[in-house]
Design a binder for this molecule. Structure first.
Ligand SMILES: [Fe+2]
Length: 379
């Protein structure tokens, strides 16, 4: 029985006319496929390389390695505020290397580059309706950053899979809750409020109710004392614009809304939390079976030591959750590589996983169709 209304077709997957057949994960274990993804996806798509916050240093420049494309991107801002981006061979010193300009554009303070000089698809159009629905959120006010980076022994898509659904949470993260609450959550099971897809992008909306919890005994003592936890500090920061959220957030208009999680294809995720902060994830492929993960929390500037401690408990709680999530990835990669099982059923809560793999595959198919003429071998 479902806890929240589903579309009249009976499932989100069918509502968006997405295939329901068992799915191959060959795209995550094939070195040849990884080579195709380089040209078909990463050298042609708009890629987020951070926020303007990264330029707020004395040098007004920073670099981002894009290993799969074998380039380092240098982002700079001149005295007039003009943002530029350049590519250089990966590993070279950006102050002495030959710099080639690349397409760069900024959406709501998020800096994107496109390595394809022939690209004619504007950034805002490429980000689609989810980005349009978030415009006006006071992103620029959230200048306090907490960043984690790790090298993960799995295909980049597998970690997005792990963050593109929430129904694992009551099981995988059971130790994050007090025992009675954990049992209650497991018995209830998780179901999202809403899913949507737009082009290759996807979003899932979830209930919250943990910041603050209905009953303080639902959470651990340190969270009760600090009034903070996985959903962030319980008391909203005093930022104009938070009271009047953009229309894209909480699409189900549910009173218990807690967060919206967006997958911006190919490798950028944005998680918007009801208590007033946001989180970004980046998944940078480094091999068919490896990637670099970056998770960055953006919060309001702390007004005092108490605020700072509240943010710290949210940051370490996030790290603990992420460690639990990533702990499964290398085992998943190894299991897939055995090819003992080659097709997997996906449930309705996994619609965004299927959509990610299908979107990536169709870009590879398009690329192969237009760039690799059939070869004939003279016999
Ligand atoms: Fe998780």
């Amino acid at each position: 029985m479902s806890h929240f209304p589903k579309p009249e077709e009976g499932s989100w997957t069918e509502h968006y006319a997405i295939d329901t057949a068992p799915m191959s994960y060959e795209d995550s274990i094939s070195p040849e496929h990884y080579e195709l993804e380089r040209a078909a996806i990463f050298e042609r798509s708009w890629l987020n390389v951070g926020r303007i916050n990264h330029l707020r240093n004395d040098e007004r420049r920073y670099t981002q390695d894009i290993v799969i494309a074998e380039v380092t991107v240098l982002v700079t801002e001149d005295a007039g505020g003009k943002i530029s981006a350049f590519r250089l061979p990966i590993g070279e010193d950006s102050s002495t290397a030959d710099l080639t300009p690349v397409q760069v554009d900024v959406w709501e303070g998020f800096i994107f580059v496109n390595l394809d000089d022939a690209n004619t698809n504007p950034l805002r159009e490429s980000l689609g309706k989810f980005a349009a629905g978030l415009e006006g959120f006071p992103f620029g006010e959230f200048t306090q950053r907490f960043t984690y980076r790790s090298e993960v022994g799995s295909n980049w898509k597998l970690y997005i899979d792990a963050f593109a659904e929430f129904y694992h949470a009551p099981v995988l993260h059971s130790k994050q809750y007090v025992s009675e609450e954990s049992q209650k959550l497991q018995a209830y099971g998780f179901e999202a409020l809403y899913y949507d897809v737009d082009g290759p992008h996807g979003m899932v909306s979830s209930w919250g109710g943990m910041a603050p919890p209905k009953d303080p005994s639902m959470v651990k003592p340190i969270e009760r004392i600090l009034r903070s936890g996985n959903f962030g500090p319980w008391d909203k920061p005093d930022i104009p614009g938070l009271a009047d959220l953009p229309t894209g957030l909480n699409p189900a208009r549910h009173p218990s809304w807690g967060l919206d999680s967006y997958v911006f294809f190919p490798n950028f995720m944005l998680v918007m939390w009801e208590p007033g902060w946001f989180l970004t994830y980046h998944y940078w492929p480094t091999a068919y079976n490896r990637h670099t993960f970056e998770g960055t929390m953006y919060m309001a500037p702390p007004r005092n030591a108490t605020d700072r401690l509240r943010q710290e408990i949210a940051a370490v709680t996030f790290k603990e959750f992420a460690l639990q999530d990533s702990n499964t990835l290398e085992a998943t990669q190894k299991m897939l590589e055995t090819r003992v099982v080659s097709e997997f059923p996906l449930c309705d809560q996994e619609i965004l996983l299927r959509h990610l793999h299908t979107s990536a595959q169709s870009m590879v198919d398009d690329y192969v169709g237009t760039h690799q003429p059939a070869t004939t071998s003279a016999g």
